[in-house]
Design a protein around this ligand. Structure first.
Ligand SMILES: Cc1cc2nc3c(=O)[nH]c(=O)nc-3n(C[C@H](O)[C@H](O)[C@H](O)COP(=O)(O)OP(=O)(O)OC[C@H]3O[C@@H](n4cnc5c(N)ncnc54)[C@H](O)[C@@H]3O)c2cc1C
Length: 300
């Protein structure tokens, strides 16, 4: 970083855009300090970015990033790795089912789901309302009780430190909110496997799935804070501990739903961590965090 808030910007050997940027702008919570951000638009650029310690950033919808930022490179998928080709592959598609062209890992999931609805293509509408990118959603098999990412995948392209591989879901030990893909292997592109339906039918299923979100806060948040311990609602436990509406700095335990911490504007990661500590201190049952903390949890 140079003085006066000017951002360093360079182009790497293979053409990746490299900038020191605050990560807050890339997260749904809106907190997080600076890092060296590599925007990669090709396999060669990604391979170069992966030569040094790195982290992969998707839609930033499951992250609380420290106010100090992170020391590793932060990789974002851009250009063709954030584009989609939904044309049915004639060799793999039938009257009932289609297999699409490649959809980049950097494609925002909500827009893709809307587009599939308009095309009357079914299988992924259960993931409506998840503000992820395709790569991040595949990596953790994001979903709801109405469906998950692995309902609609044909092929997954993954960049590993040893090179790029293309696999099918059958090749992976995937399960509940887990793709079986190791951390820091990068989901670069996927081909979708979709059922032909009608826009009306897909929309009806999306609306139904969306009903479950009615009580969720609309403010900046990284989603649910804690997993439900042993099937008990974490939100209810936090509510019963009297913590709804608790505020530290500019972070708040949402009055609408106690398992959501929201940013009132200008919150810091320290505010959020302090609230998480308050919850852990007041709820008798041990609670496991739902979102990822950078850099305090998980290895790059
Ligand atoms: C309002 C709200 C509602 C939500 N509802 C749901 C829900 O109903 N169901 C649900 O499952 N989740 C939900 N989430 C959580 C979140 O959207 C998911 O966990 C999602 O999968 C995160 O994807 P992302 O692209 O935002 O990843 P990020 O938050 O950017 O990163 C999360 C992890 O994925 C890794 N990652 C990101 N991109 C890639 C890639 N291309 N290749 C490999 N690894 C990658 C990162 O390194 C990191 O480890 C919600 C979040 C919010 C804010």
């Amino acid at each position: 970083m140079t003085g006066g808030g000017v951002t360093d910007r360079t182009v790497s050997r293979t053409g990746a855009r490299v900038e020191r940027l605050p990560l807050a702008r890339f997260t749904t919570l809106g907190v997080g300090g600076e890092a060296e951000v590599w925007s990669v638009a090709s396999a060669a650029q990604l391979a170069e970015a992966m030569e040094q310690p790195y982290r992969v950033l998707g839609g930033g919808s499951n992250l609380v990033i420290a106010d100090e930022g992170v020391p590793e490179r932060v990789i974002r998928l851009a250009g063709p790795l954030a584009e989609r080709d939904l044309t049915p592959d004639p060799g793999l598609s039938s009257a009932d089912e289609i297999v699409t062209g490649w959809v980049g890992g950097g494609v925002p999931l909500p827009g893709l789901i809307r587009q599939l609805q308009k095309l009357g293509l079914s299988n992924l509408e259960g993931t409506v309302g998840i503000p992820a990118q395709v790569g991040g959603a595949v990596w953790m098999n994001a979903g709801t009780r109405y469906g998950e990412m692995f309902d609609g995948l044909h092929t997954i392209e993954i960049a590993t430190p040893q090179g790029t591989v293309q696999v099918t879901p059958a090749d992976l030990a995937w399960g509940y909110r887990d793709s079986g893909i190791p951390r820091n292997h990068v989901v670069t592109r996927v081909r979708l496997k979709l059922r032909r339906s009608t826009p009306e039918d897909v929309l009806a299923k999306m609306d139904f799935a969306d009903q479950a979100r009615k009580g969720q806060p609309k403010m900046k948040t990284p989603g649910c804070a804690f997993k439900n311990p042993g099937g008990v609602s974490a939100g209810r436990l936090i509510d019963e501990a009297g913590l709804k509406g608790t505020r530290i700095g500019n972070a708040l335990i949402a009055p609408e739903h106690a398992n959501f911490i929201v940013n009132l504007g200008g919150a810091t990661a320290a505010d959020v961590h302090a609230l998480l500590d308050v919850i852990r201190g007041r709820v008798a049952v041990p609670l496991e965090l739902e979102y990822e903390l950078w850099p305090t949890q998980g290895q790059p």
